[in-house]
Design a protein around this ligand. Structure first.
Ligand code: NAD
Length: 302
């Protein structure tokens, strides 16, 4: 059946696939208009942590959005149940191409025929994982930064995306407090993420070369930009394993990139120091947790 744009979307749920650092934050934003968000994760523990994250923050975030109202969140480990009657599905599973391909094949089969199916991938274009998808015209990249504070969203076609989807999302997403920008052509890292990647890479290189320390780089960053957190603090928040995966992907495409940033990240990852989620990264943290940082502005994009 040919794809047609979803209708009656204000009365239909949104499904979020993957309940980690980003999945729970995406779910939080879609729960701010009084509707239902279903979270699917193969780990029950991760799903439950996401539910409590959303329930803890939704009233406060919804109160800051025009017309906002705290919605409901449901958690499931059954994919078919998760996507039932949804108008939008947002995938946020780990940044692995094989996994994205598998999940997109499953989602295309399970989601309602008029549902939009989006990926939050930080560095893969959806054109790279639609080989098992029958309806690529309903698929696109919808890349979030770090809601509920960093609320710009990149939208990017998989090369087949129905143009009506962009109009619909440009109209609907701001209701949920997130603001879409469309990449006009395929771009690894979309728009703002590419600029942020260059900042992260050079910050890591400065430390890898022994020129400075994470603390001093962040200290200078804060003084000179007036922002609350520097690149190292922000990378800890994102997860150093995630940052390394993304940098590896950029390096595959652009082999001239310096190896120092990846080597430095790998040292931390090999020791299990992944940042906030393990209690230690470039900094140490009192209580290891994924995405329980609440709504303090010390956050950044992968
Ligand atoms: P994460 O590791 O924190 O969470 C991933 C979640 O997916 C986990 O809860 C895990 O249990 C679950 N999962 C793993 N395999 C699964 C499967 N087969 N089915 C269902 N659930 C599964 O990862 P994250 O940092 O939230 O990143 C998720 C995606 O979002 C990645 O594509 C990443 O590039 C992107 N992203 C991350 C950030 C960031 O700052 N961390 C920012 C923007 C985009």
């Amino acid at each position: 059946m040919a794809f047609t744009l979803p209708t009656d979307i204000r009365n239909r749920p949104v499904a979020v696939i993957g309940a980690g650092t980003l999945g729970r934050r995406i779910a939080l934003m879609f729960a701010t208009q009084g509707g239902l968000v279903r979270i699917y994760d193969k780990s029950r523990q991760s799903g439950e942590a996401a539910r409590s994250y959303v329930e803890q923050h939704v009233a406060e975030v919804a109160a800051g959005i025009e017309g906002g109202a705290a919605g409901r969140v449901a958690v499931t480990d059954d994919l078919t149940e998760a996507v039932l009657d949804c108008w939008l599905v947002v995938e946020a599973v780990p940044e692995r191409l094989d996994l994205k391909k598998e999940i997109f094949g499953q989602l295309d089969g399970a989601a309602p025929s008029d549902a939009i199916v989006a990926s939050n991938s930080s560095s893969y274009a959806t054109s790279e994982f639609i080989d098992r998808v029958q309806h690529p015209e309903r698929v696109l990249n919808m890349h979030f930064y770090m809601p509920p504070h960093q609320n710009a969203v990149d939208l990017m076609s998989d090369g087949h995306t129905d143009p009506g989807i962009f109009d619909l999302l440009k109209r609907e997403l701001p209701r949920f407090g997130v603001f879409p920008f469309v990449a006009h052509k395929e771009s690894t890292g979309f728009i703002f993420n590419r600029i942020w990647a260059a900042i992260k890479r050079e910050a890591l290189e400065v430390v890898a070369e022994g020129v400075s320390t994470p603390e001093d780089v962040d200290g200078m960053w804060k003084i000179n930009t007036g922002l609350d957190a520097g690149p190292f603090r922000m990378m800890d928040q994102v997860g150093l394993d995630v940052v390394l995966d993304i940098e590896n992907h950029y390096a595959q495409e652009s082999p001239h990139l310096p190896a120092g940033p990846r080597e430095l990240l790998k040292e931390y990852v090999d020791q299990g120091h992944l940042g906030v989620k393990t209690g230690r990264g470039f900094y140490t943290y009192e209580s290891p947790s994924v995405g329980t940082t609440g709504i303090r502005p010390q956050q950044a994009e992968a």
